[in-house]
Unconditional design. Structure first.
Length: 143
């Protein structure tokens, strides 16, 4: 029963984390687009900071905590090849979030090092990783 509770909370926090991952670079698209309008740029910087620190970082942390507890409850999963690929995809999500945090900081300082088009392209990464993770967890290829 504990395992099912841990899994439920893991899924809840993963969903919250992905909500932020899907949205953050969309905010950057508009931040870059309206960078010359100071009030809008400030509003986007505030929205980005709140999304990162109120939703994304806590959701990421709790996803990892509950995921770790699931592994603790089911250690044989560590020997499954599909699980290694899933962990790699999670590592990429963490790297994506670190990129988002760095981008928010730079954009807030007026350093628009990414174009609107680059932000639109980068915005698709979490979708691809979500597809990979769901397939790995549900289908368990190679098992």
């Amino acid at each position: 029963m504990l395992y099912l509770w841990l899994k439920a909370f893991h899924i809840i926090f993963v969903v919250a984390w992905f909500a932020g991952l899907f949205y953050i670079f969309r905010l950057f698209v508009y931040h870059v687009k309206f960078k010359s309008e100071l009030k809008l740029a400030e509003a986007y910087a505030l929205m980005e900071r709140k999304l990162l620190f109120v939703i994304m970082y806590p959701a990421m942390f709790l996803s990892l905590v509950f995921g770790g507890l699931l592994i603790w409850q089911n250690p044989p999963v560590l020997s499954a090849p599909w699980f290694h690929m899933k962990l790699f995809a999670v590592f990429l999500l963490i790297a994506y979030q670190m990129l988002a945090g760095m981008t928010a900081k730079r954009f807030a300082a007026g350093d628009y090092y990414l174009s609107e088009k680059a932000c639109r392209i980068i915005n698709e990464i979490p979708t691809l990783l979500l597809v990979a993770i769901v397939i790995l967890v549900v289908v368990k290829p190679g098992s």
